[in-house]
Design a protein around this ligand. Structure first.
Ligand SMILES: Cc1ncc(C[n+]2csc(CCOP(=O)(O)OP(=O)(O)O)c2C)c(N)n1
Ligand SMILES: [Mg+2]
Length: 570
């Protein structure tokens, strides 16, 4: 089961029934809810919290130099650990700066307890600088948003927020903390924490019916989704593929390592391309979506991804997603790990010898088509560009994949290089990969920091487009400050290449307005060095490998800026 508080012992210093200031009570409650990092960027309205932090040694404050960085770091930690995570930003402008990253966090269901200081009650009525309707601003992107109006309510509000954030399906929550609440003093009943047990599984009768239905399929296909990584259900999902003889694809948003790439049934990531997904699905007679989304796409297409009449079985803890875009014959609101564990023995008991033999044959027939076979071909293809200058991004992705130590964690925001990266980077465990989710770029620079804090001892390699890196470049300072073992690989093609490609593909035009930033060129090495991160620029393909290996082996923050072909002649 998911341990929301692993490694987070309840604070022993909390006085559960005593006179507290709001600020001290707030931090004591966070500590008791298992928080050991607060990501933040302070202003005057948060001074009370910063003051109280001095006497809370079990909470480490992680300074981000802009609020989108603050939320991105918190999101990285939440996604890499599945732990309740705290972030604190500064009134309306700070919350505004954080919104893009909060969107991504909501998309991933990250259990983040986000707070902001608010002008004192009454003072806010006079519309001072920085005042704004914080609750209304946060509301569309969080599960619960509230402003504290009496210090006596603070414990109940923080306890409820932590419970709501972590309860399945998890997601961010928001609390507005007026200054007078933080400085008020009262006798407070601090309460204790609640975690909602997320282990939903269907009844035995439903499991039985589902097992019988699954065994009727002759060509089933599994789409492996984000809940498999979240609940570490790799073993259950590979067993399902084997007993059904199913091909397995990763869901269209590759936000984590949803399935072991080395498994013989694994066919790779579905592209967010309705026509291509449809072509793949047409070869199958049953779609089994395990913990994934409903064929989530990016851009409009007149083609439907799901062939008409295709039977769908959907397992997810997110009831909103069940049958959302397509009708599902079985729509099970459930925990995927628990449900597969209950389903597998029934499948094995019900499958006769001929079914088992056919399933084995179907998987054996994938030997030349699966991810591993595709990888061999892709590697040979990418290797052909080994001498090309400027460096071919596909060759760089191959070198990155080959340079990764066994326990590396890859953070991906590579945009036009993403398909090449996915074709060669192995998923070795459920935490070994994290990709851009939600589509709001700027996640990888700070997300790598959160991942590194969540997974100490593991080298983190962030593969980031130059355009994406510039949305949150000041994350480098935090990486340097905490001396984290993160290698940032910056794909310098001096452009938003993906937008150029789409301008050509979708509009047949070469109107590349606002898509180049080579005049003046951005010097990523100088940026990194100015923030205390050692950096190296690579222009020759033969230097890539040594640069990557040295950076990763350093165990320190490093930036490798790789000068790439821009795809449009440069
Ligand atoms: C917050 C946000 N702003 C703007 C965009 C639109 N957008 C999508 S991709 C992209 C450019 C990415 O450029 P880069 O990281 O350099 O990758 P490349 O396309 O060059 O491979 C932009 C601006 C977005 N997705 N999110
Ligand atoms: Mg670029």
């Amino acid at each position: 089961m998911l341990d929301w508080t692993a490694g987070q012992a309840p604070s022993e210093t909390i006085d559960m029934k005593a006179r507290h200031t709001g600020r001290a009570a707030f931090l004591a409650l966070l500590a008791d809810e298992g928080i050991d990092h607060v990501f933040g960027n302070p202003g005057t309205t948060e001074l009370a919290i910063m003051e109280a932090l001095a006497s809370r040694s079990e909470i480490r404050f992680v300074l981000g130099l802009q609020e989108s960085v603050v939320l991105g770091m918190a999101d990285g930690l939440a996604r890499a650990s599945n732990r309740l995570t705290a972030a604190n930003v500064h009134v309306a402008p700070g919350l505004g700066n954080a919104m893009g990253a909060l969107y991504n966090a909501a998309f991933c269901g990250s259990p983040i307890l986000l707070t902001a200081g608010q002008q004192e009650q009454g003072h806010g009525l006079m519309e001072p600088l920085l005042y704004g309707p914080l609750v209304q601003m946060a509301q569309p992107l969080v599960k619960w948003a509230v402003e504290v109006t009496r210090v006596q309510d603070l414990p109940r509000i923080v306890r409820r927020a932590a419970k709501v954030a972590t309860a399945a399906p998890s997601g961010p929550v928001f609390i507005s903390l007026p200054g007078d609440i933080l400085d008020a003093e009262a006798d407070l009943e601090m309460g204790s924490r609640t975690r909602v047990e997320p282990m939903l599984r269907p009844s035995d009768a439903v499991i039985e019916n589902l097992a019988r239905r699954l065994l009727q399929a002759r060509y089933p296909v599994i789409i492996a989704g984000t809940e498999i990584s979240k609940y570490e259900a790799w073993a259950e999902c590979t067993a399902l593929a084997e007993v059904l003889g199913a091909s397995v694809y990763q869901q269209t948003v590759p936000d984590a390592a949803h399935y072991p790439t080395a498994h013989p049934a694994y066919m790779g990531t579905l592209q967010r391309n309705q026509k291509k997904v449809r072509e793949i699905l047409l070869a199958h007679d049953l779609l089994v979506s395990v913990g994934g989304d409903s064929l989530r796409m990016s851009v409009h297409s007149p083609v439907e991804a799901l062939p008409e009449g295709m039977a769908v079985v959907q397992l997810s803890e997110r009831s909103w997603d069940l049958g959302k875009n397509f009708p599902a014959e079985f729509a099970l609101e459930c925990n995927v790990k628990e449900t597969l564990a209950a389903l597998l023995p029934r499948l094995r008991a019900l499958a006769d010898a001929s079914h088992a033999a056919a399933a084995r044959t179907r998987i054996a027939e994938l030997a030349d088509l699966n991810w591993a076979a595709q990888r061999t071909r892709a590697a040979a293809e990418f290797e052909k560009a080994a001498a090309q200058e400027p460096i071919d991004p596909r060759y760089l992705m191959l070198r990155v994949a080959e340079a990764l130590p066994e326990n590396a964690v890859v953070i991906e925001e590579a945009l036009t290089a993403t398909p090449a990266l996915l074709s060669v980077v192995p998923y070795r465990d459920a935490r070994s990969f994290m990709g851009l989710a939600g589509g709001g770029i700027g996640f990888a620079m700070p997300g790598a920091i959160g991942a590194s804090l969540a997974l100490p001892g593991r080298p983190v390699v962030a593969v980031v487009g130059d355009g994406s890196a510039m949305y949150s470049i000041q994350a480098l300072w935090t990486a340097a400050h905490f001396k984290l073992p993160i290698t940032y690989v910056i794909l310098n093609n001096r452009s938003y290449r993906i937008l150029k490609e789409r301008m050509v593909a979708f509009r047949g035009a070469q109107a590349f307005n606002g898509m180049d930033f080579h005049e003046p060129p951005i010097d990523f090495c100088a940026l990194a060095q100015s923030m205390g991160v050692q950096a190296l620029r690579v222009t020759r393909p033969q230097d890539v490998d040594a640069a990557l290996r040295e950076a990763i082996a350093s165990g320190a923050p490093r930036l490798v800026e790789v000068m790439l072909a821009d795809g449009f002649g440069g």
